[in-house]
Design a protein around this ligand. Structure first.
Ligand SMILES: NC(=O)c1ccc[n+]([C@@H]2O[C@H](COP(=O)([O-])OP(=O)(O)OC[C@H]3O[C@@H](n4cnc5c(N)ncnc54)[C@H](O)[C@@H]3O)[C@@H](O)[C@H]2O)c1
Length: 327
């Protein structure tokens, strides 16, 4: 395809998987990542493509760095973010700084220096909060329950304002719970499926908050990457799209599936039901699953990897690359 593509946060889970696919199809990829702890960056995420991407160590809050990075890009994927719901509550200032100011810095740099670039924002289902009807679609009211959700929501508004006001090519993909290779395995603040898998590698119990019956839908990373590539289209400009799997499953059911998959690999794995910690309970949204009809109809997209296959592929990846992710 030969496009110039910038991925902010491209050393993290979603950005790096996207980078692999873009390189595979012949795009020229630049990554801007600040490598901030405890976030999901990992240089090993570029294994296999390291010599074919330009890596800039820089922060999306740094105007100068961002202005240099956005120049001449055809497409910009705005993936850099603080992703922990819990950390957004204990340190709201950092969340505002990265998730709001960081995105605005990218938008302003593009407005000044490259207003023809298409900017695809990695939004989140967390912007919606507790559902008043299920499955939710893009018309569902937004009532985020935590600072992360509110800040991601505000940043999405900025992206859309730059479309309506300046005619820039922006859109938001509200990404659902995503799991798979190249996700950080350091902690369980976000990316719970991957964290459950980590626990299995150490023979530690998966703790499911009782009764674990909240329904969620989970997308395997390759389906999300495919959606992000499709969003590089004038059909996406000015739009919000929800992604989902169409397969709601309870957290307890997921824990059982992960234990079963681990046991097939001779790992000592088990789950246990434990009471909810207060700080998690207050921001919990209950059953959450979406209709992805709008994206499906616009782009003929549907998820291709079901939960059982996705878990198998995820176990395979971390078994093969354990030393770089699970230490
Ligand atoms: N993983 C999911 O399930 C999910 C779901 C919905 C939305 N999202 C969104 O997708 C995006 C990527 O999430 P992820 O799961 O890949 O997270 P991640 O933590 O794996 O990656 C985020 C990357 O952003 C970088 N980063 C953070 N702050 C930065 C800054 N100020 N400047 C430059 N780089 C910075 C980090 O170093 C990291 O490499 C986030 O914006 C997140 O809100 C993720």
């Amino acid at each position: 395809m030969g496009q110039r593509v910038l991925i902010t946060g491209g050393l993290g889970f979603i950005g790096s998987n996207l980078a692999h696919e873009l390189v595979r199809r012949g795009d020229r990829v630049t990554i801007l990542d600040a490598m901030l702890e405890p976030m999901g960056f990992n240089l090993a995420n570029l294994d296999g493509i390291r010599d074919r991407v330009t890596l800039i160590t820089g922060d999306v809050r740094d105007r100068e760095a961002v202005e240099k990075a956005v120049k001449d890009q055809d497409v910009i994927y705005a993936c850099a973010g603080q992703v922990s719901h819990l950390d957004s509550m204990t340190d709201p200032w950092t969340d505002i700084d990265i998730n709001i100011r960081g995105n605005l810095t990218v938008l302003e740099a593009c407005r000044k220096l490259n207003d023809r670039a298409r900017i695809i924002y990695a939004g989140t289902r967390g912007q919606i909060g507790k559902l008043v009807r299920r499955p939710c679609d893009e018309t569902h009211p937004d009532n985020p329950t935590d600072i992360y959700g509110a800040d991601k929501w505000a940043a999405e508004k900025y992206h859309l304002i730059y479309h309506t006001t300046y005619g820039m090519k922006t859109c938001s993909l509200r990404i659902n719970n995503t799991y798979g290779p190249r996700h950080q395995m350091k902690h369980g603040k976000y990316g719970i499926l991957n964290y459950f898998i980590r626990l299995c590698f150490f023979g530690q119990p998966i703790k499911v908050f009782t009764p674990g019956d909240q329904l969620r839908d989970y997308n395997y990373i390759s389906d999300v990457v495919r959606a992000m590539l499709l969003a590089d289209s004038d059909k996406a400009d000015g739009e919000i799209f929800l992604l989902g799997s169409g397969e709601p499953v309870s957290l307890l059911e997921i824990a059982k599936k992960i234990v079963a998959a681990a046991k097939q690999r001779n790992l000592e794995a088990r789950y246990e039901l434990v009471p909810w910690p207060g700080e998690r309970k207050t921001i919990e949204v209950g059953d959450f699953y979406v209709s992805f009809d709008k994206f499906a109809k616009t782009f003929s997209w549907k998820p291709q990897v079901g939960i059982d296959e996705g878990l198998r592929l995820t176990f395979d990846f971390y078994t093969a690359h354990r030393d770089k992710y699970i230490v």
